[in-house]
Structure formats: C-alpha cells, structure tokens
Design a protein around this ligand. Structure first.
Ligand code: FAD
Length: 317
C-alpha cells in the first residue's frame, strides 16, 4: 500500500516507522532481522531502506595502487523484497541520482514494480567521499526533482527510450527529502523550500525531513512549506543521539543545530551508555510533543540498532 494511503487510513492517528541501512557486504541479513524483530510490535506500516553511494577503494598490485569503484552496502531492493515478504510490511527503497544512469534507474524501478514495491524515496545523494560537491554521474540526474519526473513518467507508462503500449503501469508513491534547517548547499531556507515545491510539482507525494533536535524548527518548516503551496504530508525524521561524538559529527555532516540543553546533558555524561540514555529521553520528549500535534508519522533513523528506537517507541505506541 502507498505511504500516503497508510496516512489517510490512520485517520489522524500518528504512525510509527523507521529507516534501516543494508548490512556491509559479506554480513548476514539475519543481523538486520534481529534489529527489525523488536520493532515490529509497534506495527510500522512501512520501513525505509537506504542506498549508499559508491566509493573508491585502492588495491595494491605489484607496488602500484589500482583504483576500483565499489558499493559497501549493496542490496537495497533485495532487502526491501525480503523484508516485505518476511514481515508483510511495505518497504521503501531509497533511489539515488548519484552513481546511477537514468537507464539503470529505470531497470531498478521495473524490478521494484515486479516485486510489488509501491513506494520509493527519490534522493539526489551526497557527493562521493573524495568530491567537494555532488557531481551527477554520466547519464544520470543532477537533482532529485529530475528523478521524481522520471518516476512520474514511468507511472504514466513513459519509458526513457522505448515507445511501447504499457498495459501494466507502475503507480509509485514518491517520497522526497526536506530540510527544516535548510540543505547544506542551499543559499537560504526560502530557496530550498522553492526547490522542495518543484519536487512536489514534479510528482512527489510526501516529504520526510532531515533529523532535527528542536521541534520548533520542524513546526516552522511545515508552516513555511504550506505558505509555499506544499500541501503533501511532511513526516518528521527523528534520530536519537547515541554517542558523545555526535555533538561534533551531526552539525558537521548534516548542518543542523543542537539545542543548548541537549549539549549540556550530553557533556555531563560519564560514558556513552549515559549519552545513549540522554538521547532516548530527548527523543521521547520530542516525539511526545510531535504526536500531540498530530504529525502523520514519527519516522526514526535507527542506524541499524533497534534498542534505543524500541525504548522510545514503547513510550509512544
Ligand atoms: P535535491 O532535492 O536535489 O537538493 C539538493 C540541493 O540542490 C539542495 O541544496 C537544493 O536546494 C538544490 N537544488 C535543487 N534543485 C535545484 C535547481 N534546480 N537548481 C539549483 N539548486 C537546486 N543519501 C544517501 O546517499 N542515501 C540515502 O538513502 C539517503 N536517504 C535520505 C533520507 C532522508 C529522509 C534525507 C533527508 C536525506 C537522505 N539522504 C540519503 C541524503 C541526501 O541524499 C542528501 O541530503 C543530498 O545532499 C540531497 O538530496 P536531495 O534529494 O534533498 O537533493
């Protein structure tokens, strides 16, 4: 079922969902199941599965370094299919512009359609680790908006190059990313919102936000988005802070602010076990306030570990 239909059917009740990361190559999928199992009691109607950018690795060969390209966490669509059938839950593969040609994206979408996957999250992806700025792959899309248009075209039976009579069209529900504290590259929040509106006009059905730790940022964002004419559901993304290093890492990587009270609470912790508890308590408070305002879904970034998300969800669902 489509994410937007799950939201409609909930009749204003806030739903629970989460995002997982595929295991590293060579690791067993059972580890993933072990982290999903404890969260199924909260009845997630859908689970997101991320896609990682490809990266360069250097292999020594006869005294020279041979550069190869690899993807450390492949298997997004396979994992989506496995989870969908094991748990009877909808899955949302993240589809990226970066690292894929338009043709590869078309084949990936055809696979999703055959597997009964009805939702996709359309994202640009970040720059590769050696790049300063994002560069579109040769034959790929530059912006998520263009990827949304490709998916929307497919929904209308329009393939990239083939003129065919499609009698079994896809009908993907399309999610896109939104940034309550603006995307790192956007010159202003207002400009970023205009770009978000373009994604919605191109066919996006809902938005999932970047993590934020101050709910006011989310509420203001939703209000500004409405003024911009964005009328699709905006799902808040919540990440429980888990280690002391997040104080530096999260603002640096995601260009988000952390509230002073949260920083102080983390700084007072003696070890990361205490930090994890602070992160859980902060996320519970955030979630309670968001739920009281009837957000459609509380979507958690689990980062492959379920214990803290379970501790939060058990207070809310
Ligand atoms: P876009 O919407 O294309 O925007 C990127 C930048 O370009 C923004 O600054 C925007 O303002 C600007 N822009 C847009 N259109 C134009 C235009 N026409 N002209 C000029 N500027 C423009 N990354 C992964 O690699 N894998 C994942 O699985 C993944 N999942 C994510 C899930 C969520 C919920 C979120 C919030 C992010 C996720 N990301 C993921 C990270 C995401 O790929 C990065 O944040 C990326 O830098 C931007 O992606 P986007 O889809 O928002 O890009």
């Amino acid at each position: 079922m489509k994410v937007t239909d799950h939201i409609k059917n909930a009749n204003g009740k806030t739903l629970f969902s989460f995002e997982i990361i595929p295991p590293k190559k060579g690791k067993n999928i059972q580890d993933l199941y072990n982290n999903i199992d404890p969260l199924m009691e909260f009845n997630p109607p859908f689970i997101d599965v991320t896609t990682s950018r490809e990266e360069y690795i250097y292999i020594e060969k006869e005294g020279l370094l041979d550069r190869k390209i690899t993807r450390m966490r492949p298997g997004t669509v396979g994992i989506c299919a496995a989870i969908k059938h094991k748990y009877n839950v909808d899955t949302v593969p993240h589809v990226l512009c970066g690292g894929f040609t338009k043709e590869e994206t078309e084949y990936l979408l055809v696979d999703c359609h055959y597997l009964g996957i009805e939702n996709v999250m359309a994202l640009r992806g970040d720059a590769m680790s050696h790049q300063k700025y994002f560069e579109a792959s040769k034959g790929g899309h530059q912006f998520a908006k263009d990827l949304v248009s490709q998916i929307q075209n497919l929904n209308c039976g329009k393939y990239l190059h083939d003129v065919i009579e499609a009698d079994d069209k896809s009908d993907f529900c399309i999610g896109v990313a939104g940034y309550p504290e603006k995307h790192i590259e956007a010159p202003s929040l207002q400009t970023d919102l205009k770009r978000l509106k373009q994604k919605v006009d191109a066919g996006a059905d809902y938005v999932v936000t970047q993590m934020f730790f101050d709910n006011k940022k989310y509420f203001d964002f939703v209000e500004e988005a409405k003024k911009e004419g964005i009328n699709v559901p905006i799902i808040p993304g919540i990440k429980p802070l888990a280690v002391n290093r997040h104080l530096q890492l999260l603002p640096q990587v995601f260009k988000i602010d952390l509230p002073e009270d949260l920083i102080k609470a983390v700084e007072n912790c003696k070890n990361n076990k205490e930090v994890r508890q602070v992160g859980v308590e902060w996320a519970i408070q955030q979630s309670k306030e968001l739920k009281a305002e009837n957000v459609p879904v509380l979507h958690y970034y689990s980062m492959g570990k379920s214990d803290n998300v379970k501790a939060i969800a058990s207070q809310l669902f």
